[in-house]
Design a protein around this ligand. Structure first.
Ligand SMILES: [Zn+2]
Length: 244
């Protein structure tokens, strides 16, 4: 089911006031509904989705690792927590990527958590007369962190077990790292809980030394900055007509 809230957001971001000098483009492959329904078969590949991307996040086929694309390299972080370079032919059931655009940069105060970073991103949007419930922003956070809580999950083989609902991940493995230095990349989605996007700030992480990474549950900033791309968004559901 395509929920109208994001359809409205897509319409807004495509046709309304996203400023041309920041204009980029975000593409999401597959809906969250299908992901949480246990559809973990690949619908795209790392090469197809990330070759030209500024940044991106995803999950590997069979939920066999978290995916982050940043600085021209795609990493897969499997359940052992050790990142590997993801080959171009690696399949993904779900991915979101940002292309082009010019980021707006803000410092993040020491001690900030995901909540404060979300507030900073929303402030950037507000300065552009945009509201976070009506578009998707691409976000990159780079720096030193006094603590991060990351996760991956054990891969599955068919028949796949549905995740059930956002947050209740089967086979989750957590990595509690302190201190940690690296980059987090992802998206500030609308807060609306629909079947298309995962609401709120969704970041994946890769350490500067490439020794750790994963989906970010929690972080505490030591010193870092955030880059925000105010972008156009398109949801591409393979096998269905375009969502907007
Ligand atoms: Zn994630």
């Amino acid at each position: 089911m395509i929920n109208m809230s994001l359809a409205t957001a897509i319409h807004h971001s495509r046709h309304a006031s996203a400023p041309a000098d920041h204009a980029g483009h975000i593409r999401q492959i597959e809906t969250v509904h299908d992901l949480f329904a246990g559809r973990y078969e690949a619908v795209t590949t790392v090469g197809e989705t990330f070759t030209d991307a500024v940044l991106g996040i995803g999950v590997a086929e069979g939920v066999d690792g978290e995916i982050i694309h940043v600085d021209g390299v795609t990493w897969r972080i499997p359940a052992d927590g050790v990142p590997e370079r993801a080959p171009a032919d690696l399949g993904m059931p779900f991915a979101v990527a940002a292309y082009g655009g010019t980021p707006i940069i803000r410092d993040i105060p020491s001690g900030a958590t995901m909540t404060e970073i979300t507030t900073i991103v929303d402030g950037v949007l507000a300065e552009e007369n945009l509201h976070h419930d009506y578009l998707v922003a691409a976000v990159r956070v780079t720096g030193d962190f006094s603590h991060v809580l990351l996760r991956s999950e054990h891969g599955q083989t068919p028949p796949y077990q549905p995740l059930g609902s956002p947050g209740s991940v089967t086979g989750e493995v957590r990595f509690d790292l302190a201190p940690w230095t690296g980059t987090l990349a992802g998206f500030r989605f609308p807060d609306v809980a629909d079947d298309i996007v995962i609401p709120g700030l969704h970041l994946h992480a890769i350490a500067r030394d490439h020794d750790s990474g994963g989906h970010c549950h929690e972080l505490t900033v030591d010193q870092a900055h955030v880059q925000v791309w105010i972008d156009d968004v398109e949801v591409d559901v393979p096998g269905l007509p375009a969502a907007a």
